[in-house]
Design a protein around this ligand. Sequence first.
Ligand SMILES: C[S@@+](CC[C@H](N)C(=O)[O-])C[C@H]1O[C@@H](n2cnc3c(N)ncnc32)[C@H](O)[C@@H]1O
Length: 282
Amino acid sequence: MGDTRPTSQFHARNIAASNVERLVGALDAQDTNDGVRRLRAWAHAALAVRPGERAVDIGAGTGSQTRHLAAAVAPGGEALGIEPNPGLRSVAEQRAADTGSRARFVDGDALTLPVPDASVDVVWCERVLQHLVEPDKAVAEIARVLRPGGRVALLDTDWATTILHPGDPETVAALMSGALSAAADPYSGRKLVGRLSAAGLVIDDRGSQALLQDHASVAWPLIRMLGGSAVRRGLTTEDRRDRLYAELTEAAERGALHMSVTMFAAVAHRPVRSGNAEPEYT
Ligand SMILES: C[S@@+](CC[C@H](N)C(=O)[O-])C[C@H]1O[C@@H](n2cnc3c(N)ncnc32)[C@H](O)[C@@H]1O
């Protein structure tokens, strides 16, 4: 059994019933972000899911990508969302029912997938590894459940790529250090390829997208959370933080604000024969 210690707010055990609504709101907002949509479209194209295939979405959240996979495997295929949080799982089930999707959802953990060996054609795992204490074990699980030739798409954020402009660089760095503590592995995005290779999977392609915030308005809930935390931890002073807030407000008013974080993706497959340079898979 792997290490399932709660880490971030998105760790299944940290999500209290009262928080589910807020997290659903956050996931819904991310669903509409242009960068997220582009990176998902790229990853789905690279996976090229076919009718009749069996697909698994690990850490399915509200199930938007499980529903996408369910449409792609129809007719005859199966799309299973694995989601350990009961609140998110019931939202995913309700949305599938409301939209007539054949996506199914089950309880389960990325470290011990409730799926037999070599039984899956396609795995999707988006923004989950960053929340795990043992992400390498989760990728080894993915390799276990993929059939030879089966494909996987990993998508994740790299929080060290966060940019906030304008502002005094030291004060900005103080705020951004809070973003780094928001995940168990804030550098997950840059590690996707290494993790897949270490699990014996073959990299097919890589992609990335900067997730841009609106340049005409400050993302105040996030900025205030990071600013409050930086002051409490003694990383900056109230004066410097407030000066940064004023600069951001002024920049937003003239449409000159830049706030972004980069998400990375990697698509790989399980070789048909382990230990081969595997020219036989096409
Ligand atoms: C940021 S959300 C991403 C949800 C969805 N994949 C998406 O991109 O919209 C992280 C998800 O990982 C799930 N999660 C957290 N710990 C997990 C674990 N050990 N095994 C499987 N899923 C987990 C959470 O419950 C949550 O649904």
